[in-house]
Design a protein around this ligand. Structure first.
Ligand SMILES: NC(=O)c1ccc[n+]([C@@H]2O[C@H](COP(=O)([O-])OP(=O)(O)OC[C@H]3O[C@@H](n4cnc5c(N)ncnc54)[C@H](O)[C@@H]3O)[C@@H](O)[C@H]2O)c1
Length: 325
């Protein structure tokens, strides 16, 4: 039986990767190691927990294991128990902007957990991991010096999240190369889509538009490479299973940045007369833009199936229909 272990598997991105792994018959079962964390105030009456909807249609193919990926003992027993063919490491503090800095949490999941997983895999006799996939972020680039960055662009993160993610990239490369474990690093950006519940800008736009509330935009020119979650998850799976993905770094993005206002205008096609207010940009955030996805097209022959417009349409339709859930 073929299996994949996804740390942070119950999360937004991890659940879509699970579906793509199962639906594309890459593995028979997905083991989701997750510590059941939340990153927004769950006492807020508006808080909606989408986790119970994330595995619709594949529940019998998922094994949920509760545990923290930063603990050597937990990861050791899970990897020894299942000996997965693939490991996707997504468990991490997933937000750059959180009320306090959570420095230790960021480094524990990005560096400690990453190092533990690789060391454990190398220590098991007669076990050959087909691929270790580390989830990084567009924040590793820091302030974009030009409109478009690619995987060769110098990384210079300016805050903790990006710094921890880049440290995890270095741990992945150094240790995996040392132990001869094939690795792939993925850099996603501004992911959006159904079941996100971390109050990222895309979710706030749609939620506030549905409630007819005013949306705050921090920076009229603020641009992000908004990426539909189904493009990202399929890109993860294609890259993890393609030989040209071995020991490579890939941006998996829409490949064209849009301003927040452009995102709002697209949502407005389905929810008319959205109210918004423009404020000064948040200077603690790096200035970003497009993450080129040419490398994944050239090496893996992967083209994101959804356009920016199609992704937003599907997301808004999901939100419009969710009252029926
Ligand atoms: N969503 C985006 O826009 C985006 C962009 C760039 C990178 N990423 C990265 O993608 C990954 C997944 O993000 P997401 O959007 O799905 O977030 P998410 O919050 O939906 O999922 C993260 C999951 O990881 C779990 N988790 C966190 N720390 C853990 C730990 N130490 N041990 C076990 N489980 C743990 C959480 O309980 C959660 O289920 C993260 O590494 C994040 O940094 C996300």
């Amino acid at each position: 039986m073929k299996t994949a272990l996804i740390t942070g598997g119950l999360g937004f991105v991890g659940s879509y990767i699970s579906k793509d792994l199962i639906n594309n018959k890459v593995v028979d079962k997905v083991i989701c190691l997750d510590n059941f964390a939340s990153y927004v105030d769950v006492t807020n009456p508006r808080y909606q927990d989408y986790r119970k909807f994330r595995f619709d249609g594949i529940m019998n193919k998922i094994i949920v294991e509760r545990g923290d990926a930063k603990f050597y003992g937990v990861v050791n027993s899970i990897i020894n128990k299942y000996k997965p063919n693939y490991i996707f490491h997504l468990a991490s503090l997933p937000l750059a902007k959180i009320d306090n800095l959570n420095v230790e949490e960021a480094f524990e999941s990005s560096v400690t957990a990453t190092s533990n997983i690789i060391e454990i895999c190398s220590s098991i006799k007669n076990y050959k991991l087909e691929r270790f996939i580390y989830t990084s972020s567009s924040m590793v680039y820091g302030n974009f010096q030009k409109n478009v960055v690619n995987e060769e662009t110098n990384c210079n993160p300016i805050e903790i999240y990006g710094t921890a993610k880049l440290s995890g990239e270095k741990a992945t490369q150094g240790l995996s190369n040392y132990y001869g474990i094939p690795w792939t690093i993925i850099r996603p950006s501004a992911v959006f889509g159904p079941t996100d519940m971390n109050n990222r800008v895309s979710q706030l736009i749609v939620d506030k538009a549905l409630r007819n509330e005013e949306i705050d935009i921090y920076g009229e020119e603020e641009k992000l490479d908004f990426t539909y979650v189904k493009n990202l998850s399929l890109g993860f799976v294609k890259t993890a299973t393609h030989k040209n993905g071995i020991n490579q770094i890939f941006n998996i993005t829409n490949g064209k940045a849009h301003t927040i206002l452009e995102f709002i205008k697209e949502v407005e096609k389905y929810i008319p007369e959205i109210k918004y207010k423009i404020h000064e940009r948040d200077k603690s955030r790096p200035v970003r833009g497009t993450l080129s996805n040419k490398k994944i097209k050239d090496h893996i022959n992967f083209k994101p199936p959804y356009t920016f417009e199609q992704g937003i349409k599907e997301y808004v339709e999901y939100k419009l229909n969710e009252k029926k859930l």
